[in-house]
Design a protein around this ligand. Sequence first.
Ligand SMILES: Cc1ncc(COP(=O)(O)O)c(C=O)c1O
Length: 446
Amino acid sequence: MSARYQFTGSTAVAISASIESGIRTDALPPGTTLPPVRALATELGVSPATVARAYQELRQRGLLATAGRHGTRVRPRPPVAARRSALRPPPLPGARDLSRGEPDPLLLPPLGPHLAALAADAGAPVGYSHAGVLPELAEAARARLAADGVPAGELTLTGGALDGIERLLGAHLRPGDAVAVEDPGWANLLDLVAALGLRPIGVPLDDEGPLVAGVASALAAGARALVVTSRAQNPTGAAVSAARAEELRNLLADRPDLLLIEDDHAAELAGVPLHPLAGATRSWAFLRSVSKPFGPDLRLAVLVGDETTVARVAGRTRVGAGWVSTVLQRLVLALWRDPAVAELVRRAGESYDRRREGLLAALAEHGLTAHGRSGINVWLPVADETSALTALRDAGWAVAPGALYRIAAAPALRVTISSLTSTDLPDLAAALAGATRPTPPPGFAA
Ligand SMILES: Cc1ncc(COP(=O)(O)O)c(C=O)c1O
């Protein structure tokens, strides 16, 4: 898509404001290609350097991205709220939407009974002077993490995993710094990295997590932080294996200055054991969100790490948002303590495993190798994403284009399995098989 928009401005500031306004009003929706620098300079009667400065400023703020020979584009999710969410066009009416990466609402524990119990026993109002992490929540969180082998450390709370990552990156890095991220990796993290003005360095991975050579070259290229998804990697379903964890820990032991961030967002749902890297470097943080097992709307993640790292995050939170609401903390604690909820989460995990493995097996019957060791997504390499998406749309299925998740990785589709039933599988696998010919090599690398 290229821009048909009346750009204005005779200075870099005015031109970038005009582009930002186009993004905000949806005249320049995500993915729009902007005119080449020289063409826009001629149109506006300014020097190419002026337009280049405007583009550069918007790139540093994460509104624009340079897409090689495709020129400069509006990022998929620029950090400017548009009038409507234009991330992806909605699927055609009647189509099954497997593009969203959401947990199945039917598999989330019902909050009603615990909210009612909280309402009946709300306790004294919590004010500014006594707010913070509830000691009983901290204790329960520590016990849950210790059971999974996460080293003891300082603890704080954030408004979800991504909020924690933002605070960690903000506290340790400066705009222009490089951060190593998985490639393919979580689209929201790529958007956040761009919005913070950081430079992503893609680290290739396989089903067992980031490749050691990939991490080594990202470090050699100057990465100051590394973000690793422990399990249910989004989009590939990779999970860090015991062997990979050991190799990575050995590598990272030589880089005590690196900020190591681990994102265990699948937590109790992951279905595979955790092999943490936590503690391999001097600056480390391990995040566990409650979004996937208990509900994305809860907006709470536990962050443990070394003293300095946690103090920076907690201190920055204190001078800004303040704390994670005590009401929310009490709700999460009640959910953690309820054995019936634990059983629901355990069954949800099994159900996701069945759905994911069912799809992988159905695809294998068509000769297709897809990926999905854990979590709620399957990653299917394709030769051409656009034609595959179009063919699937015509067959009544919406899935996510791999382009949202890739830096240099090979084309693929992300299929969210959370709402699939066994009766969907034959049709879906046949549609995917039809849409993905010719069959590409099965790996992640380009
Ligand atoms: C890799 C990854 N991390 C974290 C999350 C959840 O983050 P949050 O706790 O901010 O809801 C997701 C959700 O899709 C994810 O895919």
